[in-house]
Design a protein. Structure first.
Length: 237
């Protein structure tokens, strides 16, 4: 068996694949990669930051890359990584980020993978029609999704691809509005506001994920005082 590069036609990205005498197998985002494949060929062929291909950019059009998007295509990078889920299985993950954080993000995800830190899913938000709520409810870790901050003309950090959300369903956003209304996102994540509880996919101040992002110049939404965003890491300005 030898390792080749195979083109994933759906998004035009070169991904690792294996060929035997009678078959060829490409590993696409979301696929489980057998441990013996990683052990034999190493994990580096699964970690890369690439410019957006035409096929990928077409997929993003009208979804994460909206008609009013002010972020140049050339400022974005497509990441391919490996990650472990809670069962210890290795999966191919993908994410679009700003080029300003691409190298840091790759290094963080390499270290998280090496330490078997659990991340359940890492797929493009475009497969959820760029619906953040749908993506978060599916516990999908993601980054770029263009939008302005509400009632402003300022692009949000996710709109620039300079923020990353990790295991969002189990690490929700929480805020109390001036009228006393509680905002919890995603819907259904209320049980995971109790940060003293122990549960799978929980991000805490002491864990490896949080420590790595902070070491690389990010801030954690769980440290904020006006609201809590336990899934959220953004590049400090």
């Amino acid at each position: 068996m030898r390792l080749l590069l195979c083109v994933a036609l759906a998004i035009g990205i070169a991904l690792p694949c294996c060929r035997t005498s009678d078959q060829e197998r490409a590993f696409l985002p979301g696929d489980i990669v057998p441990d013996e494949i990683v052990a034999e060929y190493g994990c580096e062929c699964f970690f890369s930051a690439q410019e957006l291909s035409d096929e990928l950019f077409s997929l993003m059009q009208g979804k994460s890359y909206k008609e009013n998007c002010t972020i140049p295509r050339e400022d974005l990078r497509y990441l391919l990584v490996l990650h472990k889920n809670i069962e210890g299985k290795t999966l191919v993950g993908e994410m679009v980020v700003n080029k300003s954080i691409a190298d840091d993000a790759l290094e963080i995800f390499r270290e998280l993978y090496s330490a078997s830190y659990p991340i359940e899913k890492m797929r493009l938000v475009d497969y959820y029609d760029a619906d953040d709520q749908m993506s978060m409810r599916d516990n999908n870790s993601s980054s770029f999704n263009f939008r302005f901050i509400s009632h402003t003309t300022k692009v949000s950090v996710h709109g620039r691809g300079e923020a990353i959300d990790i295991n969002p369903y189990y690490n929700p956003y929480y805020k109390i509005l001036p009228d006393g209304t509680e905002v919890i996102e995603p819907e259904g994540a209320n049980p995971y506001l109790d940060r003293s509880a122990s549960f799978d996919y929980k991000v805490s101040r002491e864990d490896l994920c949080c420590r790595l992002f902070i070491e690389h110049g990010f801030e954690w939404g769980g440290d904020w005082t006006t609201c809590k965003d336990y899934q959220h890491f953004e590049l400090k300005q």
